[in-house]
Design a protein around this ligand. Structure first.
Ligand SMILES: [Zn+2]
Length: 168
């Protein structure tokens, strides 16, 4: 092993051992190479190559772990951003009761963006799927645009008001 290679190897070991997040096994492999160099018999290229290969394997594994960690952190960041957006959207609405007694989410007047009309959204879809589904309908009855089973009565309308009530 020539002096340049030896120097390069020593630099590489120094760098690897100081690398952030070096796993225990990689540190062990680096120490093995270091020990070999310090033993005063760096002439045995075969032994050195095998120790360096072991270190390379460990460093590759550490690198994979770092890649996985950064992917996990990126995913987490996306999740946190989504949570933040959800919280911001949720803050724009208040849970309110219709005169009939159905619960809906109503846009807070002070949170309305320029030109945005007052409206209600479906609390079921928003809480379950984080979907903003504006309720459509007339002043008496409105329904969710995502799931028409989600209906909301705003005012009780007695269509039989001209008929005699059979229960009286
Ligand atoms: Zn709905």
């Amino acid at each position: 092993m020539d002096m340049t290679t030896l120097q390069t190897l020593q630099e590489a070991i120094a760098f690897a051992t100081s690398a952030v997040g070096l796993t225990g096994k990689a540190a062990e492999a680096a120490n093995a190479v270091k020990g070999l160099l310090a033993s005063g018999k760096p002439g045995d290229a075969g032994e050195a190559a095998s120790a360096v290969n072991a270190l390379l394997t460990e460093l590759t594994s550490a690198n994979m772990m770092n890649l996985q960690l950064s992917k996990s952190l990126r995913d987490l960041s996306v999740v946190l951003e989504r949570e933040d957006q959800f919280a911001q959207q949720r803050a724009r609405y208040k849970l309110t009761s219709t005169p009939y007694g159905d619960l809906v989410l109503q846009l807070r007047a002070e949170k309305a963006e320029e030109g945005e009309p007052m409206h209600y959204i479906c609390p079921t879809c928003f809480n379950k799927d984080r979907v903003i589904s504006i309720l459509q309908g007339d002043r008496d009855y409105k329904s969710c645009q995502v799931n028409n089973v989600h209906g909301f009565t705003f005012n009780r309308v007695d269509y039989r008001s001209n008929e005699p009530d059979p229960y009286f």
